[in-house]
Design a protein around this ligand. Sequence first.
Ligand code: GTP
Ligand code: MG
Length: 608
Amino acid sequence: MGAESFDRELISNEEIADLNITEHMNIAITGHVDHGKSTILGRLLVDTDSLPIGKLEQVKETCQRNSKPFEYAFLLDSLKDEQSQGITIDSCRIFFKTAKRKYIIIDNPGHIEFLKNMVTGASRAEAALLVIDAAEGIKENTKRHSYLLSMLGIKQMAVLINKMDLVDYSQDVFNAIVQELCEFLEQFEQRPTIFIPVSGLNGDNIVKRSPHLSWYKGKTVLEQLDDFVIDKPPEDKPFRMPVQDVYKFTKHGDNRRIIAGMVESGTITVGERVVFYPSSKSSVVKSIEGFNAVPLTTVGPGWALGFTTEEQIYVKRGECAGLANEQHPIVGTRILAHIFWLGKAPLKKEKSYLLKIGTKKVKMSLAEIRFNMDASNLDHNTKNQVDRNEVAEVVLELDQPIAFDLPHEITQTSRFVIVDDFEITGGGIIVNAIANQVPLIEDQINRRITQWERSSIDIQQRFEKYGQKSVMLLMIGDDFSKKNIAKMVERQLFADGKFVYYLGIDTDGNKFETDTNISSISNDETRIQQLAEMASFLLDAGLILIATASGLTPEHLEILKIALSPEKIRTIWVGSERDTDIDVDMQFTSNDDIDEFVHKIEQLVITV
Ligand code: GTP
Ligand code: MG
């Protein structure tokens, strides 16, 4: 296996190995422009002896030569320059270590325009440092950033009240800022871990205690860093691995497929049954293909992982792997989310966007705004759109189901970004699922998968033998001739040597929607679930299944997609008037030629 194929979006083997040797922690540093983030970081590097030898002297010398006063912030600039080789980078990672652990500090530039980096960059942080200039006090971005941190679920936050030298190290100034920020954050039930008075310039309370701040008895910045609790994606949480890629071997009769990704939480062991969400496909882990020379049998969080399965299953990038005997992720198409909007154009209802969670991208639209506020003053407003730099609680509707968790359970799989026109225009966290019927059917399928003995002939072998891919042709529409057409298509495909089966699910002539039975809704669901169950067997057997249904809603189709996976379903609208929100793959009207139509379907079943 070429190692290069795994490198995409993943860190290198050496890096992984290195990071796994000792504890490491990601910290985001934020604050208003010029409040002193870079100075504090520069100080931290100098006072912990983390700089490359001669770096400090070199920067001081350059300053002298250009007759400008030395700034600790220049140290970071010079490191950034070296790292990026002249390319401007807008978010910088700084590495240093203490006796306790390694740190990666993500320095986010303070300007509003760069909040984007916060949404993406800080989303990996386990703790944060929020810097406030004691002389200037709390600013717009202080509030924005602190709110954003709490929204992203970053619970550990040290507030560094900096430039204490400019306010004569006054305890009153310090206390006033502490009080103001606490009042602000209380609205979101957020409590900073600690407030530390510091001077980045003089190095007070960064690594060394300060005689100027004798009234402060708490920890220094460095002590606090080491005291942050690491939120290692814990091993004891359910296993989650968003599928990054599936690698297929073709040489020397090797037909293994390696399913690869980064483990976000939990552990996986050879012999365990994995389930992929949202498709609910499942198999047993046969081997774990680590990147080390020694093959591994168990892999935990933070590892790039590849594994093979006992049976050939066809999963794609974007699915999320879990274990059959652990808590499942939630699967749904409607989510309640807290978002932060960065786009120049507002987030609007009429428009379609992309939502990216883990490795999955789906189309999404805004269904509802529950509340909406300006992130700087947190004034509520009742607009019908979310403007730039606003925070909102929204309901998002997705065109395909996604698998996710709630932030208090597994943070990593609850975060997402929104992409509009190839740019990240927003980010957020899923706070709840809006009920849909997906979990029920998913449970049924899982039970079937885990309890029933399955055939050893896989779908690929059937395809090769029959010369057809199994697909469900779902004929919808209110044209009464639909069933006749379906049967004609069946006969013709049959005559052409295809393995085909017709099933009408509204045999009594009742349309789903006009059924007057009191329990009509549950009847509809039951019927769709029955169809889904039956169809999954028939498709598994390699058949082309033709089904007719009236009054099919997008939710019904969703259930079918979950049960059978979207690529196995083709919707065909029979009739000329199309009055459905369902995306239709084909249409057949009374003017169309049936032979031509069947020909199109035949093309489809060999290329699906
Ligand atoms: P951006 O990256 O532009 O957002 O700024 P920043 O937050 O990184 O601030 P930076 O560290 O560049 O500091 C801004 C200015 O404040 C510089 O001129 C620093 O020398 C000064 N400064 C930083 N910390 C202190 C301090 O503790 N005391 C005093 N007096 N000045 C400070
Ligand atoms: Mg800076």
